[in-house]
Write a protein that binds this ligand. Structure first.
Ligand code: B1M
Length: 210
């Protein structure tokens, strides 16, 4: 049986090849994609986050770990999105302007796709104007905003205000997430909900449109 802590260690060490090899082995042994994601990939990235905060790791090491994480996510993605169910609607999703963190947002996108939502992922560093245009173009049921930095989370109330000013607020629910946020902040800025992680994001998305 593949030891998932080895996947976590390989993420930490930025060894994309090992992550890929062990992830494939764990799948072949019949482990669930969610188990590999949570106890392997995410455990590794949590360790990276902790040591980055404590000054034991620096941006270059974190970047290499992020690439290894993406490698593992790409392998798990088809397993996480296989369910064939009627789409509950479109979600337009992106990381706000000035913010380049995309791993969490991409995981949320994968899990929403797994739940049948059609996801339009605008990527990272997304301006208010681009979010607005995407609402007009795609008419999503949900707008999802992600931010990992305290310096960029302040973009969120501006985006929500712009959606209101454009007369679109009644047409779309707004869900926010990212490490520095919490439910109080989401309520304060007028979002419809906050999700702490990608599984909660799926439950929240379903509840927002029910
Ligand atoms: Co950055 N970084 N980073 N970083 N980075 C953090 C966020 C930080 C907390 C690290 C720390 O100091 N402890 C800190 C922010 C501090 C703050 O603002 N309070 C920080 C900093 C300071 C920076 C730089 C400024 C560093 C520098 O240059 N000096 C810089 C900023 C660059 C920029 O964006 N302009 C920077 C750069 C980077 C890298 C490029 C090296 C890399 C990102 C690579 C990439 O994404 N492609 C990186 C990384 C990897 C991290 C940490 C270590 C890990 C983030 C991650 O991917 N986590 C992070 C530390 C941490 O978070 N503990 C850190 C794994 C991911 C699965 O979790 O992203 O939380 P997460 O997503 C979760 C939930 O938050 C939630 O669900 C996801 C899945 O469960 N969620 C949503 C997220 N979005 C959601 C949206 C939703 C719902 C739920 O609805 C729409």
């Amino acid at each position: 049986m593949t030891d998932l802590s080895k996947i976590a260690n390989a993420i930490y060490d930025g060894e994309a090849g090992t992550v890929s090899e062990l992830t494939k082995a764990a799948i072949e042994e019949g482990m669930s994609a969610t188990e590999i994601l949570e106890n392997g990939l995410m455990a590794g990235m949590n360790h990276v986050g902790k040591d980055f905060k404590e000054g034991e790791l620096f941006v270059p090491e974190v970047l290499v770990a992020s690439r290894a994480m993406r490698e593992g996510m790409e392998i798990l993605k088809p397993l996480l999105v296989t369910q064939k169910i009627k789409s509950p609607g479109k979600v337009v999703l992106g990381t706000v302007k000035g913010d380049l963190h995309d791993i969490g947002k991409s995981l949320v996108a994968i899990m929403l796709q797994g739940a049948g939502f059609e996801v339009i992922d605008l990527g990272v560093d997304v301006s208010k104007e681009t979010f607005l245009q995407a609402i007009v173009d795609h008419q999503p049921v949900i707008l999802g905003l992600s931010s990992l930095l305290t310096t960029t989370m302040v973009q969120m109330p501006e985006i929500i205000e712009a959606v209101k000013t454009a007369g679109l607020r009644g047409k779309v629910k707004i869900m926010v997430g990212g490490a520095p946020l919490n439910a109080d902040y989401a309520a304060k800025i007028g979002a419809d909900g906050y999700a702490q992680n990608s599984s909660i994001a799926v439950d929240l998305a379903k509840s927002l449109i029910s």
